[in-house]
Design a protein around this ligand. Structure first.
Ligand SMILES: CC(C)(COP(=O)(O)OP(=O)(O)OC[C@H]1O[C@@H](n2cnc3c(N)ncnc32)[C@H](O)[C@@H]1OP(=O)(O)O)[C@@H](O)C(=O)NCCC(=O)NCCS
Length: 176
């Protein structure tokens, strides 16, 4: 029996989501993400509004992983806002430290791909990942994300430059 479940976010998840991301950003050693904890402090209402927007949208999703009522992971896809990139959605995901390497990320991704395949709009899921984030890259490759490029010295953190990889998965859809 799974110890966690995946579902679309609802407005009351906003605080749990903020807590999850802030906990991840406060980790030592730091996780592979460009934000510092000081740089992620959105009002709960803003996250709640984003969750509501996603419900109305065909090119964005906001998925939650939950265990015994606690939010332990999240995957967001932010859809393009122009007519020209409405078919594109940008993926980000985080799993709480104590839950990593237990299939939460894989299960979130399965739900994301099922959502994207069912969406009439989404034809491209894209993301950026630190070039040294072997676990995340492995997960994305397993789900058919191709390597499209490398943004050299994209990040400067803790006294060193880091390259970002661009990865994307295409989905075939009848052209509207
Ligand atoms: C990246 C992340 C979302 C993945 O979620 P997760 O729940 O840990 O992932 P899963 O347990 O479902 O899968 C991890 C996979 O990576 C593999 N893996 C773990 N460490 C690895 C490493 N160093 N190199 C290669 N693969 C690795 C695991 O074996 C597993 O693959 P498998 O299913 O083929 O055995 C999560 O670890 C996380 O939140 N990390 C910190 C934040 C982050 O890096 N987010 C992504 C930013 S782009």
């Amino acid at each position: 029996m799974p110890r966690f479940s995946i579902r679309p976010a609802i407005v009351t998840d906003a605080l749990g989501y903020i807590d999850l991301i802030r906990d991840v950003l406060a980790e030592q050693p730091p996780v592979d993400t460009p934000y510092t904890s000081d740089e992620f402090n959105p009002p709960v209402e803003r996250i709640g509004a984003r969750i509501l927007d996603v419900v109305e949208s065909d090119n964005s999703c906001f998925l939650i992983a939950e265990a015994e009522g606690v939010l332990i992971g999240a995957l967001t896809c932010a859809g393009g806002t122009l007519a020209a990139d409405h078919h594109v959605t940008s993926l980000g995901m985080y799993v709480a430290k104590e839950w990593r390497d237990q299939g939460v990320g894989r299960t979130l991704m399965e739900h994301c791909i099922a959502w994207a395949e069912a969406s009439p709009a989404v034809e491209r899921i894209e993301l950026e990942v630190y070039a040294g984030n072997a676990r995340a890259i492995h997960l994305y490759e397993q789900f058919g994300f191709d390597h499209e490029g490398r943004k050299r010295r994209m990040i400067y953190q803790n006294g060193a430059y880091i390259d970002n990889l661009i990865m994307a998965r295409l989905l075939e859809k009848p052209r509207r």
